[in-house]
Design a protein around this ligand. Structure first.
Ligand code: ATP
Length: 787
């Protein structure tokens, strides 16, 4: 258990001068990365410099290289694009241009660079580092720098951060900007869908991605598109006919629209480009569909960054400074990434070489290798899309009759973004494979009453982007009515149960598991797909809905801060949900730029309030001519003594007249709304894995001694047995979890010892390591005036 909040550590030992620049195509979150680099550098005792206009700024020098203060990066977090500018610099491609850059850097005393950009920019940075000693020698020989400077600036240190909307760098699961670009695409396609439905139109939507289909593929998954073209998976042969047949099938199932997503670099298996206009012509001529093309273009690069991009950039920016301080002249240039949900530092050269291999594999027509070189999840996601959104009418892809199952889906607990998306995917898979998907309405009470209906392919069509719970959900537990529940499971011949829910889903599943011996109907595979904004389900690092809620909090922080603009000095105390888990406050705080947060893991003490209030008083006193709203996030259960109102009143009472404090509660806003693309992607992935796992378990459960017309488990159980599937092991009750980039099923009984039932959360919090950054990048506990 974390004992107390970690105060930011100020290191005065280093006096490194660190330049930071953004280069190549811009991407949302680059500003957040620059902010984190600058602030972390100051906190760690270094001197940051902003380099304007990418490498052009290095070559031009002068006022393009400016020392940066804490406040120079205020307001950077929320803005898209790059505020320090970017450029494609031809001069830097030549050694002479790079020599000028070296000269300019030395003149400013900078021998460390953080470069935020794509693979071209990072290649350039690595080249500069290798050439640096030669340039230094030449500059000295030419009398441009002194011997002392030549000795002092013998080496250049480079750290790369990947800013790219394409998510195209091998060796990182996510690049800065990809999440925001995906969000922009999904917002656009969600909007297109309503007009397309009205007119029964087909839309061909072209998205960015010259060599990488990540954006297109994830957009197709998130929006429930009908067909997809990406460079890594070019269609072979007569793809026009295949596409038309696939679209005709979905229309025959009752869909009123057809959406085709095309990556701008889409090609066929002969590497001929597949163009949106050509697809449109095929659909118009062969199917007679009223077809429109929408090229999303630069919309995808725009807008405010998502929560993921903001906290990813912040965590990576902080790590970039740590990597600099750890490095020696022999350390290979690192690139900061994220793998398996952990911030990583890897050799930059290898990462770029691997990335280049993808383009080469595509050029060589080795498409399988191209896809394999992408992060592990890439191929799985591609399969996921095909399975869920291509419609296979009964008889085509479905399983033999004796392998078809009846699978129940139930929502339990409070609504969370992605519950409907996951349900849709389960239903679609079931229909395509020949299973029956049974929707259980209104949670466990609905199950007890038998409120169950078969869900078909079309009935769930719009569920991917719908918030709330379409099946109906509540927090009631199965315990009082276990007999009635067993009866309904038996009556509807439910052979596997999928519970989509939060901690109540967890305790509900545990309860059914404990009573397996009493009720034979409970001896079926059961899976909990964690879905709760609080992200407090044991067995997973992320539950569905948590990303949507963090985005709601982030957007609220942006809006509330703006309300304090003009001349108001206000601190806003915003209460967020999360139960006894501080996850939402922590990641909402990181992404929303909160000054500090109060979470149950730390509690609230008067000492802590005193120190935070002193910080704010000093801040507003010092910044007298400068007005900006500050946000403090407080979890609903941060303290059993100090409520949000009390904390807000203490803040105001002790303000010394330097600021006012207002409180607000985001409440149920956090549970509703359109699920974020991240939650939609996770929902799809979890649903596919769940159905696959259930099939395996059920089919194994059928491999039992055969007696007469029934497959019976054994004579002694014959009396009790009621159906085909009989899985008496309690280990068939599992929680599916996202652990790093792995999907894992953990028997619920193994999670009991890792669960704090009183506080309704896991005993360990993987995310707590990110908590201290909230205060570091906001300046709490650090003297910004002297920084
Ligand atoms: P995007 O993903 O948007 O294409 P990128 O960083 O790959 O981003 P590039 O246009 O390839 O974008 O590179 C940006 C700048 O980096 C170039 O204009 C050039 O100044 C520099 N650069 C790129 N490749 C090299 C190289 N091989 N050597 C030196 N500098 C390079």
């Amino acid at each position: 258990k974390p004992a107390a909040r970690n105060e930011p550590q100020v290191s005065a030992g280093e006096s490194k001068r660190i330049g930071v620049l953004t280069s190549g195509g811009d991407s949302q979150g680059m500003n957040a990365a620059v902010r984190a680099v600058v602030r972390m550098a100051i906190v760690r005792g270094c001197k940051p410099y902003l380099i304007y206009e990418g490498y052009q700024g290095l070559v031009s020098g002068g006022d393009k290289i400016r020392s940066a203060s804490w406040n120079d990066v205020s307001n950077f977090l929320t803005l898209g694009g790059t505020l320090i500018g970017t450029a494609r610099c031809m001069d830097f491609l030549k050694p002479e241009g790079r020599r000028i850059a070296v000269h300019n850097l030395i003149k400013h005393g900078i021998d460390t660079l953080v470069v935020i950009g794509g693979d071209g920019s990072l290649t350039g940075a690595d080249t500069l580092r290798h050439e640096w000693p030669d340039h230094v020698k030449q500059l000295h020989d030419d009398g441009k720098i002194s011997q002392q400077e030549a000795d002092k600036y013998r080496n250049l240190m480079i750290v790369g951060m990947v800013g790219s909307i394409d998510n195209d760098l091998a060796s990182t699961d996510m690049t800065i900007g990809a999440s925001s670009a995906l969000t922009r695409i999904c917002e656009s396609v969600d909007s297109i869908l309503s007009t397309a439905t009205s007119h029964r139109r087909a839309f061909v939507v072209e998205v960015m991605g010259r060599h990488c289909g990540w954006l297109a593929m994830n957009a197709a998954i998130c929006t429930g598109a009908d067909y997809l073209f990406i460079p890594e998976d070019p269609p072979a042969g007569d793809w026009e006919t295949d596409m038309c047949e696939a679209l005709k099938r979905t229309r025959s199932a009752g869909k009123r629209t057809s959406i085709v997503i095309v990556a701008e670099g889409a090609i066929d298996d002969k590497c001929n480009p597949i163009k949106s206009e050509f697809i449109k012509d095929v659909l118009t001529q062969r199917l007679g569909y009223d077809t429109r093309v929408t090229i999303l273009g630069h919309v995808q690069r725009g807008g405010s960054p998502t929560a993921v991009d903001r906290y990813l950039a912040t965590l990576q920016g902080a790590e970039a400074i740590e990597a600099i301080l750890r490095a020696t002249p022999d350390t290979p240039s690192p690139v900061i990434g994220i793998l398996e949900n952990k911030i990583t530092t890897q050799p930059l050269k290898e990462a770029i070489a691997l990335t280049k291999q993808v383009a080469k594999a595509i050029q060589d027509h080795d498409f399988q290798r191209a896809a394999e070189l992408r992060p592990r999840s890439f191929l799985t996601q591609l399969e996921t899309f095909r399975e869920i959104d291509y419609y296979s009418p009964e008889g085509k892809d479905s399983l033999p009759a004796d392998k078809r199952l009846r699978i129940g889906v139930i929502h339990v607990g409070a609504p969370a973004g992605g519950m409907n998306t996951a349900t849709r995917s389960v239903v679609r898979l079931c229909v395509n494979r020949g299973h029956i998907a049974l929707g259980i309405h209104n949670g466990f009470p609905g199950l007890m009453r038998g409120e169950i209906e078969v869900l078909d392919w079309l009935s769930v069509d719009s569920w991917t982007a719908t918030g709330g719970s379409k099946l109906g959900t509540n927090r009631d537990q199965p315990d009082p009515q276990l007999g009635a529940i067993a009866y309904q499971l038996q009556r509807f011949e439910i052979e596997a149960l999928i519970i989509i829910g939060g901690f109540e889903g967890f305790t509900g599943l545990l309860s059914l598991t404990k009573h397996r011996n009493e009720y034979p109907a409970f001896n079926i595979p059961m899976v909990l797909i964690p879905a709760t904004i609080s992200n407090n389900v044991p067995g997973t690092e992320f539950s569905l809905g948590s990303d949507t809620a963090v985005n709601v909090i982030t957007n609220a922080c942006d809006a509330i801060k703006l309300s304090a603009s003009s001349n108001r000095k206000r601190v806003f105390m915003i209460e967020v949900q999360g139960g006894h888990s501080g996850y939402l406050a922590t990641f909402g705080g990181l992404a929303g730029g909160a000054t500090t947060i109060y979470i149950p893991e730390e509690g609230i003490t008067l000492d802590r309030l005193n120190s935070d209030i002193s910080h704010l008083r000093e801040y507003y006193q010092r910044e007298s001519g400068y007005s900006q709203g500050r946000v403090v996030l407080i979890n609903e259960k941060a303290s059993s003594f100090y409520s949000t109102d009390i904390v807000a009143k203490i803040y105001e009472a002790e303000s010394g007249g330097f600021y006012a404090c207002r409180s607000s509660n985001l409440g149920h806003l956090q549970q509703g709304g359109v699920p974020s693309p991240t939650d939609r992607v996770r929902a799809n992935t979890l649903a596919v894995s769940t159905v696959n796992w259930i099939q395996d378990q059920c089919w194994k459960g059928m491999e039992i001694p055969y007696e007469g017309n029934l497959r019976l488990p054994s004579t002694e159980l014959k009396r009790k047995y009621r159906g085909r599937v009989y899985v008496p092991s309690s280990r068939a009750s599992t929680v599916i979890g996202i652990l790093g980039s792995q999907i894992k099923f953990t028997p619920i009984e193994d999670l009991v010892s890792e669960t704090d039932f009183k506080k309704r959360k896991p005993t360990k919090h993987w995310w707590y390591t990110a908590r201290r950054l909230v205060d570091i990048v906001s300046g709490v506990g650090f003297d910004m005036a002297t920084g």
